[in-house]
Design a protein around this ligand. Sequence first.
Ligand SMILES: [Fe+2]
Ligand SMILES: [Fe+2]
Length: 145
Amino acid sequence: MQIKAAANCELGLIEIDEQHGQLFNLLEELDRAVINGDRWHVVHNVLVKISQWAAVHFAVEESLMRLFRHARLSAHVADHAEMQDRLKQLMIASLKQDVSKEASRYLREWKRRHIEVFDGTLLEQLRDIARRLDLQASGVAAATA
Ligand SMILES: [Fe+2]
Ligand SMILES: [Fe+2]
């Protein structure tokens, strides 16, 4: 029982870590486009992929925050929305001009700040919930033994 509960909770955190990993891979793809001086359509396509993957990841984080009544829900959601708005502007601009360096700079800075200011606090709460569920499972196991 204890092991199952702990494993379930750990899966939730691993899921978020893996989603972040996917986003970081896409940021590296954008950096490669900058280094290679790739044409506009390559940069545009990477920005579209980043936006699509971010939308999935943000929906997962926002669901967890609502489910567990996360204290910083509205500020965190607002920061997700601001990033998607900026990304949309960059996607539109990328059809007419080279925005690869600007996009790369913006996204690297956004990632660093967002994880430090918002995702870190959320993951702390999720780890705390995982620990408590583990304790509950131990209590149930002890009561039924
Ligand atoms: Fe995140
Ligand atoms: Fe986030």
